[in-house]
Ligand binder design. Structure first.
Ligand SMILES: NC(=O)C1=CN([C@@H]2O[C@H](COP(=O)(O)OP(=O)(O)OC[C@H]3O[C@@H](n4cnc5c(N)ncnc54)[C@H](OP(=O)(O)O)[C@@H]3O)[C@@H](O)[C@H]2O)C=CC1
Ligand SMILES: O=C(O)[C@@H]1CCC=N1
Length: 259
């Protein structure tokens, strides 16, 4: 089964890293970026039309404002039996189907960057013409990249806001904690080492099948101790309400982008 990834930016590269053992071709309009991907992953880089024509599965991984022009370019080269898997944010399957001929099998997906290390979260949803076999095919292809969940397309804007953008929120917290360590008097390299190792350790615990975030937090908070003092400061600055407002704003932005 051959796969073509169109768009070799941040997410295209992450998918490529995860899928690199398969038969993958990349299409990337920036020549310097294309050379980098080809030498880093040992994959062929091709022109758009032949790469789309020959592929069993075509991944669309361009920015939302590039997708209409891209679909118009490939419309004459897609064929029945091919699967079109979109990772394009805020772009409904209906608007992809409308720009392609026939009854294209379109699957909308929302991956996140940890797919590059096999620890991604990928939500998928089938369009009007995607069969359950098509979804099984996508699920099997993406399984090595992380956790794959099937959702209703109406849930994908919220999924985009939550797990699609999620790695950025954790990274922002890590950055803030490193600065906090510096403010508390630690040298920056030591603060970085401690924060990144703590994030990896907490991530492993939260990744276990019976993980319970509230129980982990409670287990760290000694009565009258240092951690509950820190948590009180965070809660008095409305950390939870801020996170909720941020995710809902991101969901609304995804909906707006799809209009
Ligand atoms: N980054 C992330 O964590 C996630 C991203 N996504 C989605 O993935 C998509 C891509 O995001 P991201 O990788 O961050 O964006 P990037 O801008 O990093 O990558 C997109 C790449 O596609 C190239 N490109 C644009 N049009 C074409 C074309 N017609 N043919 C070939 N290459 C093309 C761009 O070139 P140029 O720079 O010259 O325009 C760019 O290199 C977005 O729709 C985003 O919503 C989804 C989940 C998570
Ligand atoms: O920020 C974005 O629009 C994309 C979608 C999810 C992650 N990155």
């Amino acid at each position: 089964m051959s796969t073509t990834i169109v768009g070799g930016g941040n997410m295209g590269e992450a998918l490529l890293a995860g899928l690199s053992s398969s038969d993958v071709t990349v299409v990337e309009q920036s020549s310097s970026r294309a050379s980098y991907l080809s030498s880093r992953y040992g994959v062929p880089v091709s022109e758009l039309e032949p790469a789309v024509s020959k592929a069993d599965t075509v991944f669309l991984v361009v920015k939302p404002y590039h997708v209409a022009a891209l679909l118009d370019s490939i419309a004459g080269h897609v064929r029945p039996g091919q699967l079109i898997v979109s990772a394009v944010g805020g772009t409904p399957t209906g608007s992809i189907e409308a720009r392609l001929p026939g009854a294209p099998a379109v699957v909308r997906s929302m991956p996140n960057l940890p797919v590059s290390v096999g620890a991604g979260t990928i939500a998928i949803s089938g369009g009007r013409h995607a069969t359950s076999e098509d979804l099984d095919r996508v699920r099997a292809m993406l399984a090595p990249l992380g956790r794959v969940v099937e959702v209703a397309e109406s849930q994908l804007d919220a999924v985009t806001a939550l797990s699609g953008g999620g790695p950025a929120y954790f990274a922002l917290l890590a950055e803030a904690m490193i600065d906090a360590g510096v403010l508390a008097g630690l040298p920056r390299p030591l603060a970085e080492e401690l924060v990144l190792a703590t994030a990896a350790g907490a991530g492993r615990m939260l990744g276990s099948p019976d993980a319970d975030p509230a129980a982990l937090r409670a287990a760290v908070c000694s009565p009258g101790g240092t951690t509950i003092t820190a948590i009180h400061e965070l809660e008095s600055r409305a950390l939870r309400a801020s996170v909720m407002a941020a995710v809902v704003a991101a969901r609304d932005r995804s909906i707006e982008m799809g209009r």
